[in-house]
Write a protein that binds this ligand. Structure first.
Ligand code: AKB
Length: 335
């Protein structure tokens, strides 16, 4: 078989998707590609890896040819909060990089390109509860704008060039292996780290800010299952809502407190991330994904919390206790 390239392999999703793909397709057949960030040691030890800047067409084209790539999981992206700090970078990576990936795929007979979209593709005018798959999309962040562009350009390349581009709209993803730091939903991961390390978390989102979320094993399953879905059954392609559960910071704190009774939370709001969160859906309708390719999450909120605390406690055991997190609102000046 031709090999699989995963861009953004050092990121939150990539670092967990690569090992699963290697289990399914064989270590040698999955190439982990990072840029600027060092890849996790286990990815470099267990199979091929490389460095690629997706904003550079020729570098990407060379890597695809050298590594005999037949399928791409394109995960590299500048997320919502970092994208507001540096919109030019978000444009170059998320829009320029995406165009390069699709053009290189088209020119190299790539059989399939999988690209996650996000709830960021919605905006303040979108219905917030049970947000339909097909609805108003007027995002106000550079990340969100790039995700709408990605969904539309992917569909365009499918219709015009017969390139099999597919994608899901992810809610916030919760995971323990790689701590995310560039998004708006990251509090839902940081709260677990801080609960274990310090017994306290200062939330940058208001207590009642409800957002849709998903545990990482379901996110990985969604990407793999969509890739395997029968093309003839797909009415959508690049823009499937996928949902698992929704909660607010205060509800998540209650769930953690049921397991760690000493845990406390307080709130110091970051206006930029709060505005982003306020513009996103509170829950998603994922019936299109359920009907067209059988999507169904395995993890609920309570199971996720149990697993996060267990896995993170093991990961952090024996490490020096960090100082309590210092509050630093993101700023629009530089990165
Ligand atoms: C972010 O918060 O930017 C991401 C996302 C929802 O796409 N986690």
């Amino acid at each position: 078989m031709k090999r699989i390239l995963v861009t953004g392999a050092a990121g939150q999703i990539g670092s967990e998707l690569v090992p699963i793909l290697r289990e399914i397709y064989g270590n040698e057949n999955v190439v982990a590609a990072g840029h600027n960030t060092r890849l996790p040691a286990d990815l470099m030890e267990s199979g091929p890896y490389t460095t690629v800047n997706v904003a550079d067409y020729f570098e990407l084209d060379r890597e695809i040819k050298w590594n005999d790539i037949g399928r791409i999981y394109h995960l590299s992206s500048i997320l919502s909060a970092k994208g507001e700090q540096n919109p030019e970078l978000a444009y170059a990576v998320n829009i320029g990089g995406l165009k390069n990936v699709l053009d290189v795929a088209k020119g190299n007979d790539i059989e399939q390109v999988l690209i996650p979209s996000s709830i960021a593709a919605f905006g303040p005018e979108t219905p917030k509860e049970n947000t339909p798959n097909d609805t108003v999309q007027k995002p106000r962040t550079m990340y969100g704008i790039s995700k709408v562009f990605q969904e539309l350009l992917g569909q365009y390349y499918f219709e015009k060039y017969d390139l099999d581009v597919r994608g899901v709209r992810f809610p916030g993803i919760i995971s323990w292996k790689t701590e995310p730091t560039a998004g708006t939903t990251d509090y839902a991961v940081a709260i677990f780290y801080e609960a274990i390390r310090n017994g306290h978390y200062t939330s940058y989102l208001k207590a009642g800010t409800r957002l849709p979320m998903m545990y990482m094993p379901d996110a990985v399953k969604a990407l793999i299952d969509l890739g395997r879905a029968d093309s003839d059954r797909l009415k959508h392609r690049t823009d499937f809502n996928v949902a698992a559960f929704s909660f607010t910071p205060s509800e998540l704190a209650d769930i953690i407190r049921e397991r760690l009774p000493e845990f406390t939370i307080d709130y110091r709001i970051d206006p930029i991330r709060q505005a982003i969160a306020d513009s996103w859906p509170r829950s998603l309708n994922d019936s299109a994904a359920r009907e067209e390719w059988g999507w169904k999450p395995d993890w609920d909120l309570e199971m996720m919390a149990d697993d996060m605390l267990e896995k993170l406690s093991k990961k952090l055991a024996g490490r020096k206790v960090a100082k309590p997190q210092v509050y630093s609102p993101i700023s629009r000046k530089g990165v």
